[in-house]
Design a protein around this ligand. Structure first.
Ligand code: CTP
Ligand code: MG
Length: 227
């Protein structure tokens, strides 16, 4: 199938507080976005759309072209919106007519291994469903009301969702067109439109760089494995 990736990088990184939009913060000599695109371009894609803050479109294009190498013609950059969902929608509007599968990926999950992309695409091919990488939940999860613990959630039935989340292009477009509220991820939006979603194995390296501690961890990891 012909596959496109939408890499959302238009967030401000409030929780990281690094003084720049998160995707443009350096891990080493390269930005979070540049590292994220390294994983994206490891796979056989027909199109890559980076969604960047309005005033970072040029910078994102530079990063994307570097990461793409001789596949630079496949890359475009578009300005994002006020929410992640709006940013995905902006990317979706640029998907080429011949694309059959769309992978939506957070730039903030910069160290996601290529194998996760492969598992998502394989599951879509095999099932015709959407596909989401999930990790088992490690902590015991309590139900809390005020200061009182009122129950425990069976963690064996829980999965922590990562990206890339992949969908048939027609399904994703229809679900976005029908969405009437904000969802926390694309799989929830697509599931609400009535489509089944497969779970594939995520990877601990697909963690989302959210806090300063996450940034430290990512910097330590890339220091041992430079681009
Ligand atoms: N994102 C986006 N457009 C937005 C908000 C988020 O493209 N309006 C992207 C981010 O760039 C990130 C991914 O969605 O790659 C996941 O979002 P998150 O980790 O929450 O990033 P930020 O919104 O930038 O961080 P924060 O919530 O701390 O401000
Ligand atoms: Mg956010």
């Amino acid at each position: 199938p012909r596959i496109a990736a939408i890499v959302v990088a238009a967030g401000s990184g409030t929780r990281l507080g690094a003084g720049a939009p998160k995707a443009f913060v350096g891990l080493d000599a390269h930005t979070i976005l540049r590292h994220a695109l390294r994983g994206v371009f490891a796979g056989p894609l027909a199109q890559v759309i980076v969604v960047a803050p309005q005033d970072r479109v040029g910078e994102a294009l530079t990063d994307a072209r570097e990461a793409a190498g001789d596949r630079a013609p496949l890359v475009s950059v578009v300005a994002g919106g006020a929410s992640r969902q709006e940013s995905v929608a902006a990317g979706l509007a640029r998907v080429l007519p011949e694309i059959e599968i769309v992978l939506v990926h957070d730039a903030a999950r910069a160290l996601t291994p290529p194998a996760v992309f492969e598992r998502v695409v394989e599951a879509i091919d095999r099932t015709g469903w959407g596909a989401v990488p999930v990790l088992p939940v490690i902590d015991t999860i309590k139900r809390v009301e005020g200061e009182r613990i009122v129950g425990v959630v069976d963690r064996s039935e829980l999965g922590a969702a990562q990206t890339p989340q992949g969908f048939r292009r027609d399904v994703l477009e229809a679900a976005y067109a029908a969405a009437e509220r904000e969802y926390t991820d694309d799989a929830a939006l697509v599931a609400d439109a009535g489509h089944p979603i497969a779970a594939v194995d995520g990877d601990p390296l697909g963690f989302k760089i959210t806090t300063p501690a996450d940034l430290e961890r990512a910097r330590t990891l890339v220091a041992g494995d430079p681009i």
